[in-house]
Write a protein that binds this ligand. Sequence first.
Ligand code: ZN
Length: 217
Amino acid sequence: MASRQELRERQEEPEHPLRATDEDVEVEREQGAPEPAELDPETKERRDAAMRVIRRFGDPVLRASAVPVDRFDEGLQVELARMGELMHDALGIGLAATQLGVLHRTLVFRTDLEEPITALVNPVLEWQSEELEVAEEGCLSLPGVHVEVERPASVRVRAQDPDGKELTLEAEGLQARVIQHEIDHLDGVLILDRISRQARKEAMRAMREAREEESAA
Ligand code: ZN
């Protein structure tokens, strides 16, 4: 999932309904502080490099279903570490393996910069609240797209950690949203599938414009 920072950069209206688990900077800006300065050149360069390896809309791998992981070997550790690094460099808050063209049921997320990155292997949504919440989402695979998505407000996820140990995680708010967004990726589902036809049309236009801007730059 794209970062809130990125959402903020591109939004005309600084107000949006995401809340909680923010890093301090975000909280500051929530209270109407001015937009941050442009990314420093090094951060921007790292971000551009990460964005080049993240698969984009139109790549069929984003529509594929990932397969469960059954080998918790060194290869998996390397893969998860790389996912975490790329997510960090791309200034994202979540990344699924399919976004790198890897058909493994693995994802990483971090909704609070103070916290370490969490990697989930073979995540399964065990429970989703009846209470729904609408909030804006972006996606590293859909540059330029920011859409309101309705999802269950809280979830319980069963998964394995990078060593294969079973774990259960309860999440709400932004964290619940990111986890659901990334699990969707593992099933070939994109935020475009969770919005109205009209919103999808607008999203496609935004994506086209972002692409044109990029090639003009
Ligand atoms: Zn995404």
